[in-house]
Design a protein around this ligand. Structure first.
Ligand code: NBP
Length: 480
């Protein structure tokens, strides 16, 4: 079978195995390889009937099975294992071959690997893949970086195995050079964190402020899912809330320990936003909310702190409040996407990627965790103005948020009054109000910085950089 496989996948744990099956089910001959050969044998034994698999037990056999230029997908644990696999395969490859990393790599690692492999004439394509195990098999959202040339040979295959949006468009596009694909996947995950946090806050308010039970809230979410909040995450939230624990007969959500876990990507999004100087408050609050939930000892110490007595709204008010929560959720969601897209825009400028933000929203419409009808609107906003400075500068989003803002304020104020934490809703509203402000207290911050550290400031009425000689009470002097 030498040189007949159109693509190869090495690393056959859940993701790699399903991705290989996806290629095979779509008619591609797929070479398959794994460090531990039993996984390769299991795959062919269980799923060999689904298409053409070319099993390989050694790296040499695997490379020899691929047609040229070779296309080789690495689906192993991110970090050192990915480097180990690259080191193993690179000496066996030839200029023009394409090495694809479909793992959740940090984009800086992808930039480093791309530069190193380019020296040997190899294309390195860091590719974000979203949709988990099921997406890998049935159609994920695919975010390939790397050179445009590599996309010419690889792109058509990826577009075939990718999810399709409702209008049939493949959820895969060439995102940009070197680490762009992994960066965009990381921001996708950051936005996913923010979406999940906002949904969790909406649930908490409906339960604790409005007095609804999980089954009622499931019905409310189901209703929202046929409106502008229509999305995979709202859909599964309704299912989780409707689920009853078989062992106890209690709502499933009540038997789950309330300590959320986080993997690296949400944290990376916030760390890199800090490096880029981009406020991604919504994502940051989502990461911190998970982190706080996990600090059991801290929470035990705080549990007896003073707060308002628990109170719930009257049934008529509860119904109206549920409508207001929908508006607050929608407005906060628009803000967190605004922040995520700002981060991608800033990274594009910093790293020289020509990111098409509308196309990126487009490939998130299917396959991935944040898939939502709403993404069409983002694509439309960037189609109207490719250089849109912020999603909130889009007339339609601005009008929608304008219409929601009163309800949004009521929800945040109600939460504060009742002592229910809503870090996601509140930070989104503060971001919105900060953008609206004619003047920010940053002027005072600058004054303080000049006072204690001679950090200088700019004036509103004259050009230049100024410092006040505070101890001498002397008027400002212009710096050179
Ligand atoms: P894992 O992340 O659990 O990795 C297991 C695979 O890595 C196995 O094939 C294992 O081989 C291989 N591997 C390791 Br560990 N060290 C190796 C080394 N030094 N040399 C060669 N192979 C090595 O698998 P996964 O959950 O399928 O995820 C694969 C990638 O996809 C990861 O980067 C992950 O972050 C990313 N991803 C996962 C999801 C998801 O929902 N799970 C979604 C999107 C992306 P062995 O069988 O010999 O131990």
């Amino acid at each position: 079978m030498a040189g007949t496989a159109q693509i190869g996948v090495t690393g056959l744990a859940v993701m790699g195995r399903n991705l290989a099956r996806n290629f095979a089910r779509n008619g591609f001959a797929v070479a398959v390889h794994n460090r531990t050969a039993s996984r390769t044998r299991d795959l062919v034994e269980q799923f060999g009937h689904e298409g053409t698999f070319v099993p390989a037990e050694s790296a040499e056999e695997f490379v020899a099975a691929l047609e040229r230029p070779r296309r080789l997908v690495i689906m192993v644990k991110a970090g050192a294992p990915t480097d180990a696999v690259i080191e193993e395969f690179v000496p066996l490859l030839e200029p023009g071959d394409v090495v694809i990393d479909g793992g959740n790599a940090h984009f800086a690692d992808t930039r480093r690997r791309e530069a190193a492999l380019r020296e040997s004439g190899l294309h390195f394509v860091g590719t974000g893949i979203s949709g988990g195990e099921e997406g890998a098999l049935l159609g994920p959202s695919i975010m390939p970086g790397g050179s445009a040339e590599s996309y010419e040979s690889l792109g058509p295959m990826l577009e075939i195995i990718a999810a399709k949006a409702a209008d049939g468009t493949p959820c895969c596009t060439h995102v940009g050079a070197d680490g762009a694909g992994h960066f965009v996947k990381m921001v996708h995950n950051g936005i996913e964190y923010a979406d999940m946090q906002l949904i969790a806050e909406a649930y908490d308010l409906l339960r604790r402020a409005a007095g609804y039970q999980p089954a009622d809230i499931a019905r409310i979410f189901k209703g929202w899912n046929s409106g502008r909040l229509d999305s995979y995450l709202i859909e599964i939230t309704a299912e989780v809330l409707a689920h009853v624990d078989a062992a106890t007969g209690r709502p499933f959500v009540d038997i789950v320990a309330d300590q959320a876990e986080q993997k690296g990507t949400g944290r990376w999004t916030v760390q890199l936003a800090l490096d880029l100087g981009v406020p991604v408050n919504g994502i940051a609050e989502a990461v911190f909310a998970r982190s706080l939930s996990g600090h059991a000892e801290l929470r035990a110490v705080g549990r007896d702190l003073a707060g308002p007595a628990p109170a719930t709204l009257a049934p008529d008010d509860a119904e109206r409040f549920a409508g207001q929560v929908e508006q607050a959720l929608y407005a906060s969601k628009v803000v967190s996407y605004t922040q995520g897209f700002h981060q991608m825009q800033a990274a594009g400028a910093e790293y020289g990627w020509e990111l098409d933000l509308g196309a990126i929203a487009g490939i998130w419409r299917g396959g991935c965790i944040i898939r939502a009808a709403f993404l069409d609107r983002i694509t439309a906003a960037y189609a109207k103005d490719r250089a849109l400075p912020s999603l909130l500068a889009d007339e339609q989003f601005a009008a929608e948020i304008g219409a929601a803002q009163e309800a949004w304020r009521t929800v945040v104020a109600t939460a504060a009054r009742l002592g229910i934490p809503v870090p996601g809703f509140a930070t989104a509203l503060s971001y919105y109000d900060a953008l609206r402000a004619e003047r920010l207290p940053a002027a005072l911050t600058q004054g303080q910085r000049d006072f204690f550290g001679a950090h200088t400031y700019r004036r509103v009425d004259r050009d230049g950089v100024f410092h006040t000689l505070w101890s001498q009470d002397r008027s400002e002097e212009q710096q050179s």
